[in-house]
Design a protein around this ligand. Structure first.
Ligand SMILES: [Zn+2]
Length: 52
């Protein structure tokens, strides 16, 4: 499972915790993010505020 973008935040698919702020113009490739709540690590690709 991979995080989704909801209401301007990257959301952990397991516990719904907010991982990171995502702006409408945020773009990232192979960005490593980490959930503080469940300690899981994800690699995400974001293009203009939408996860790819
Ligand atoms: Zn989590």
């Amino acid at each position: 499972m991979i995080p989704t973008v909801r209401d301007g935040f990257l959301i952990c698919p397991y516990d719904g915790a907010r991982i990171m702020r995502v702006l409408p113009k945020t773009t990232a490739t192979n960005l490593v993010v980490w959930c503080r709540k469940c300690k899981r690590e994800y690699v995400v690709n974001i293009d203009r505020g939408e996860r790819l």
